[in-house]
Design a protein around this ligand. Structure first.
Ligand code: ZN
Length: 321
């Protein structure tokens, strides 16, 4: 399988990752309407697609949510296409506006803000709390939690490790629930410091970060349509990448290609959406030429053609003559 060097903001280094293949893309499309499954599936994909010989996960690398977005953005550009075609419905007049985002320009726009590690250590008394963008392993918004729990879990999701005097608590190696209990037992002035010195600061950085801006298609309305980069809902932004109308017809392309070429199923599983699209375009092109040829041949006498094809063959007498 083809792999690429993918830039990871939090580690400020490259990670070798496999492209997204058609089977994975199909599964992403299947889960895109269901947030919980989408998060689960895309996180699983991130880990599976790290190329083995460069596996950083064994050294404790867990992508943050921002890493996830930037990695998925690059994988999308390499495996599918660099243009993202989206349709946005105007909230004022209901007109649908189509627009195209160039992913390379998007990377350049986001880079000055997101291309860095956000890790910061906050010290209060004998406690040292390491804060960072939440890792992909945490899902503070899961349906199983009450609203109060969600609020706390959200705050704690920014705590990546704690040490008390000289002993480290090593949060990354603990389960979600264990981590929650440890954070819950922290003195109030510590969680308050985490909120004011880190979480609020992160919210401020991303508050006005614009992902894309365009105007409503309806000339009379001309309302501004914006997509903001919301650090609280990164998975929603990741979803936008895959709602691309260039690729949502992937299943139709697959059906058309497999109708014309009898490749092994594994062949389709392992190629990437960009390759499937190339195949699809080639087939559409060649069937178009076939049809044109058939149209120009319409006046030819088929019996004449048959005779010329069977020249030299001896006609046998029919039993029914
Ligand atoms: Zn409008």
């Amino acid at each position: 399988m083809i792999s690429y060097r993918i830039w990871v903001p939090s580690t400020q280094s490259y990670l070798r990752m496999y492209e997204i293949n058609c089977e994975q893309y199909r599964d992403i499309l299947k889960t895109v309407e269901d947030s919980d499954n989408f998060n689960y599936y895309t996180n699983k994909l991130l880990k599976e697609n790290i190329a083995d010989q460069y596996n950083l996960s064994k050294d404790g690398f867990t992508p943050t949510l921002i890493d996830k977005f930037i990695i998925m953005l690059q994988l999308k550009a390499y495996s599918c296409n660099t243009n993202l075609s989206l349709t946005r419905e105007c909230s004022k007049c209901g007109t649908k506006t189509d627009f195209v985002i160039d992913l390379n320009i998007l990377i350049d726009t986001l880079a000055p803000v997101v291309d860095r590690s956000f890790k910061k250590t906050i010290t209060v008394g004998s406690y040292s709390v390491v804060c960072d963008i939440p890792s992909i392993n945490l899902n503070p918004n899961a349906e199983v939690f009450t609203d109060d729990q969600k609020l706390n879990r959200y705050l704690y999701s920014f705590i990546s490790d704690i040490s008390l005097s000289d002993s480290k608590l090593l949060l990354p190696t603990r389960s979600d629930d264990e981590k929650f209990r440890i954070c819950q037992s922290l003195p109030y002035n510590i969680t308050y410091a985490v909120k004011t010195q880190f979480v609020d600061y992160i919210h401020n950085i991303f508050k006005e970060l614009l992902f894309f801006k365009t105007k409503c298609n309806d000339k009379k309305c001309n309302d501004e349509l914006e997509i903001k980069f919301d650090v609280l809902n990164i998975d929603d932004i990741v979803k936008i990448l895959f709602r691309d109308s260039n690729n949502t017809n992937m299943l139709q392309q697959y059906a058309s290609v497999s109708n014309h070429c009898h490749f092994d199923y594994n062949f389709y599983k392992n190629i990437c959406p960009a390759e499937l699209e190339t195949l699809y375009n080639m087939i559409t092109e060649s069937t178009k030429t076939d049809n044109q040829e058939q149209n120009t041949n319409q006046d030819i006498d088929l019996f004449q053609q048959y005779r010329s094809q069977t020249q030299g063959m001896v006609e046998s007498d029919s039993e029914f003559k």
